[in-house]
Design a protein around this ligand. Sequence first.
Ligand code: FES
Length: 82
Amino acid sequence: MLQKNELIICLGSSCFARGNKQMVQIVRQFLEDHKLTHKVVFKGKHCFGNCENGPGIKINDRLYEHIDEDKILVILEKELLK
Ligand code: FES
């Protein structure tokens, strides 16, 4: 069976307030635009435990920190369009 990519976004209050609220929409749009919604498990979790480096997102257990609207697109392309 095809292994799905797992994308976990931190929805703890610090990351949420510092950009992950918008990141949820950007990720959803990216998955739809590239027809990846059935290939990616996208979910939120509460605080990753390193808020000072947030906002954070994990893709297949790789942690990306200090993400913003530009970086997230580069990360998604690298991780999901390979
Ligand atoms: S709120 Fe995201 S790491 Fe703490």
